[in-house]
Design a protein around this ligand. Structure first.
Ligand code: BV8
Ligand code: ZN
Length: 268
């Protein structure tokens, strides 16, 4: 059984509820947010989907037809750096053509709405930053960073030109500044995210399949620490059963609606 939009339903009729009135589904979440100061938003690739950025594991996603082990691991890069750079250059090129969507914009505005709001993202696309989010922890790095494999020197890029970028400082081969499978997350970032998840009163889990660890453990940790955890995702995930509330509607629709409800609640 899952609680969807405040209505306890058997999973089988999961999709029937989607026809329900969105604001009625969001009401329990709005009521919790109205009382909360410490709010955490955990995002994945789904929050960028309505900007036109492919996710990883949906149909038509980045991993369709290829294996993450061939494109997003240190072994893949040492085996065939050109193939890996082709993959990241094509993603950068797509990102140059897209903008943040209403979901990114609402999340950025939540920073000034709540006393203590934080965003923890698995995304590397930079769209949260473009939308104005400042209180942001990036668990998996940043696709717009080139990092030297020899001396570690990093530079931010904004265009997609060199096929195999060289380090400005030592001429060594650069790699994309993202965290690959089998690599540790950046020092201290996950530890800080664990702290935020343990402290939060309300957590929004937006647009993630919750399969990549350790990022995927944060929502469960927050729920275990007593937070009200709402999952915003048009599809069921491995986390759905543990959520306090499931909103089976796209982020670009549900978050602007949630903001509207909060505006009404706080204007009373
Ligand atoms: C680690 C960066 C410690 C690169 C990414 C064996 C050896 C080593 C490690 C492991 C191992 N076995 C397991 C592991 C752990 C491994 C892992 O979790 N593997 C999984 C897949 C089984 N994790 C790691 O390796 C991590 N490091 O554990 O270090 C260690 C070290 C060495 C040895 C042992 C332990 C590092 C993980 C980081 C990998 N890097 N990306 C790049 O981007 O190219 S992961 C990649 O997946 C992206 O970062 C992405 O963010 C992340 C999660 O995916 P999602 O964001 O959730 O996207 P997805 O497509 O899956 O889902 C989208 C969702 O959105 C869907 O649910 C969909 O329904 C929804 N959606 C769609 N549209 C919308 C929407 N929602 C709302 N609105 C919409 N409109
Ligand atoms: Zn260098």
């Amino acid at each position: 059984m899952v609680l969807i939009g405040g209505v306890t339903v058997k999973r089988t009729c999961y999709n029937m509820v989607m026809a329900d009135n969105l604001s009625q589904m969001l009401q329990p979440l709005a009521n919790e947010l109205r009382k909360a100061s410490r709010v955490l938003c955990l995002t994945g690739a789904g929050v960028s989907a309505e900007s036109g950025v492919p996710t990883f594991r949906d149909s038509g996603g980045l991993w369709e037809g290829c294996r993450p082990e061939d494109l997003a691991t240190p072994e893949a890069f040492s085996r065939d750096p050109e193939q890996v750079w082709r993959f990241y250059r094509s993603r950068r090129a797509k990102l140059l053509a897209v903008q943040p969507n209403p979901a990114h914009e609402v999340i950025a505005r939540f920073e000034s709405r709540f006393d203590d709001f934080h965003l923890v993202t698995q995304n590397v696309d930079g769209l949260h930053q473009q939308a104005g989010s400042k209180q942001i922890l990036c668990l998996h790095g940043d696709i717009w960073i080139d990092r030297c494999t020899e001396c570690g020197f990093e530079r931010r890029v904004a265009t997609v030109d060199e096929p195999m970028p060289q380090c400005d400082r030592c001429g060594g081969l650069a790699r994309p500044g993202v965290v690959w499978f089998g690599e540790m997350l950046p020092d201290g970032v996950f530890e800080r995210a664990v702290q935020l998840a343990g402290d939060a009163e309300v957590v929004l889990v937006v647009g993630t399949s919750s399969v990549v660890h350790p990022a995927a453990s944060l929502a469960g940790l927050a729920a275990h620490s007593g937070a009200f955890v709402a999952e915003i995702n048009p599809n069921a995930t491995v986390f759905s059963e543990s959520a306090s509330l499931v909103i089976p509607v796209e982020a670009g629709k549900s978050l602007p609606e949630l903001e509207k409800i909060l505006d009404i609640l706080t204007s009373d």
